[in-house]
Design a protein around this ligand. Structure first.
Ligand SMILES: *Cc1c(COP(=O)(O)O)cnc(C)c1O
Length: 394
C-alpha cells in the first residue's frame, strides 16, 4: 500500500500543535488545575468569537444541553422537540429533565430540520395542546439551520430555542457567527476531539440572557453561589456560600481550557481548511452518482463532516459500499442513526416510518474522512476506493 496512506483513516480527528501542548503544560505547572483563570479566559474568547454576551464552558456538550434545558424550566409534562438526525444527546437532555421528547423530520438534501414540517407539526400540536416548550435545531455537519424561520415560529408558538451547534463552531448564518444567539436563547457547542476545536471532552454555551446565564452558572457547580449579592441569607458569615438549587458538577478544568484557548486561535484557519477539503471532495466526486449535502446560500458551514448521499436509493448497495470502504481502512460513518429508532426511544412508541426522510437519509448517506491536515493523497485514495466500489454495484 502507498506509504502516505495510513492503515486506518478516521472520519474525523483532532489536530494538536506544539503551541497547544505548551499551553497545557503551562497550566499543569500553575497553581490552578481547575477553577482557575484560564476557564474565564477561554469563555471570554468564545464570547468574542461568537459575538455573544455570555459564555460558559462545561465538561461536555451533553452536560451543557442538560443545564440549558433546566435553565429554561423544562420539566415533567413538557415537550422537547429536536431532529431525529442527530446524536442522541440532543434528545436525551430533555429526558434528563423528565420531559417528553418528539422529533421533526429533516430535509433530506441538507440533513437539517424541515421548516415546513415543523410549521405543520406546530399547528397540529397547538390544536391538541401539546406545543413544545423547547426546540433544539441541530446544525448538522456545521451547517446552520434556517434560524430566522425557526425564530418566527417560536414567536408565534412561544417555544424556546436551544441551538445544538456541536458541529458548528466557526460557522456563520446570514453573515453572523453561529453562537451570537440572535435567533435563539442558548447555543451549545461541543469540544469533543472529532469536533471543530477540542478540549478533550468539553462543551460551551453562549447566550445573551443575563438571567439564564446566572442560572446556568450556578447549576454547573452544585447549585451553589458564592456571590454575596445573590445570597438569601441577609447576614452571611465571611465563609458563607449557599446552595440554592440542585445543581451538578459539570465543570471543565483549566487544563482542558488551555487546550481549547490555544486551539481557538486557529478557528478561522481550521474552518477555512475544512471548507476547502470539502471543495476538493466535490471536485473528485463530480462524476459519481452521489452528492454532498447541500449548504444553503446564507450559511457559511463549519464543515464538521463530509457527508455524501447516493442519488439512487438502495439500502443494500449503500451497505455494500460502506462495508467496502471499511474493509479498505476508511472510517466512514453514518451521521446519524435516527434517534427515534434507538431501542430506548422505541419504548416511547416511536417506530419505523415515523420520520421517513431521516430514515431514508440514514440508509442512503455516510460521512467520508474529513479533518484538518488530511492530505490530498488520502482524499484521492478515499475517492478511488469509493469509485471502485460504486463501479461494482452501481
Ligand atoms: C457530539 C455531539 C453532542 C454531544 O457532545 P459531547 O461534548 O460529546 O457531550 C451533542 N449533539 C451533537 C449533534 C453532537 O454531535
Amino acid at each position: 500500500m502507498d506509504k502516505e496512506i495510513p492503515q486506518y483513516i478516521p472520519y474525523g480527528k483532532q489536530t494538536v500543535t506544539d503551541d497547544d501542548i505548551s499551553s497545557v503544560v503551562e497550566v499543569l505547572k500553575s497553581p490552578f488545575l481547575t477553577q482557575g483563570p484560564v476557564i474565564k479566559k477561554f469563555e471570554d474568547r468564545i464570547s468574542k468569537k461568537t459575538n455573544s454576551k455570555y459564555s460558559l464552558s462545561f465538561n461536555s456538550a451533553t452536560s451543557a444541553l442538560h443545564i440549558a434545558c433546566l435553565s429554561l424550566g423544562l420539566g415533567k409534562g413538557d415537550w422537547l422537540w429536536t431532529s431525529p438526525t442527530t446524536f442522541v444527546a440532543s434528545a436525551n437532555c430533555g429526558r434528563y429533565c423528565g420531559a417528553n421528547v418528539d422529533f421533526v423530520d429533516i430535509n433530506p438534501l441538507t440533513g437539517l430540520i424541515d421548516i415546513e414540517k415543523l410549521s405543520l407539526k406546530l399547528k397540529y400540536a397547538k390544536n391538541i395542546n401539546k406545543l413544545p416548550k423547547i426546540l433544539i435545531p441541530v446544525h448538522l455537519a456545521g451547517t446552520s439551520c434556517n434560524m430566522s424561520e425557526i425564530k418566527k415560529l417560536s414567536d408565534i408558538y412561544g417555544f424556546d430555542i436551544i441551538e445544538d451547534a456541536s458541529h458548528a463552531l466557526g460557522g456563520k448564518y446570514k453573515g453572523k457567527p453561529v453562537g451570537c444567539c440572535e435567533y435563539s436563547r442558548i447555543c451549545v457547542f461541543s469540544c469533543h476531539p472529532v469536533k471543530i476545536i477540542t478540549t478533550g471532552e468539553g462543551g460551551i454555551i453562549t447566550t445573551n440572557d443575563k438571567n439564564i446565564f446566572e442560572k446556568m452558572e450556578k447549576l454547573r457547580s452544585h447549585g451553589i453561589t458564592k456571590k454575596k449579592d445573590n445570597f438569601l441569607n441577609s447576614d452571611p458569615a465571611p465563609w458563607h456560600y449557599e446552595q440554592q438549587d440542585l445543581g451538578f458538577n459539570y465543570r471543565i478544568t483549566d487544563i482542558q481550557c488551555a487546550l481549547g484557548l490555544s486551539q481557538l486561535e486557529r478557528l478561522e484557519e481550521i474552518v477555512l481548511e475544512r471548507n476547502s477539503l470539502l471543495e476538493r471532495y466535490r471536485k473528485l466526486l463530480h462524476d459519481l452518482p452521489l452528492k454532498l449535502m447541500e449548504i444553503p446560500k446564507d450559511v457559511f458551514s463549519a464543515v464538521h463532516l463530509g457527508i455524501i448521499r447516493f442519488l439512487n436509493y438502495d439500502p443494500l448497495i449503500h451497505k455494500s459500499i460502506f462495508k467496502d470502504l471499511k474493509n479498505n481502512g476508511i472510517g466512514v460513518q453514518i451521521h446519524y442513526i435516527p434517534v427515534h429508532l434507538q431501542p430506548y426511544y422505541k419504548k416511547f412508541g416511536f417506530k419505523e416510518g415515523d420520520f421517513p426522510n431521516s430514515e431514508s437519509y440514514a440508509k442512503n448517506s455516510f460521512s467520508l474522512p474529513l479533518y484538518p491536515g488530511i492530505s490530498s493523497e488520502i482524499q484521492e485514495y478515499v475517492v478511488t476506493k469509493l469509485k471502485e466500489s460504486c463501479k461494482k454495484y452501481l
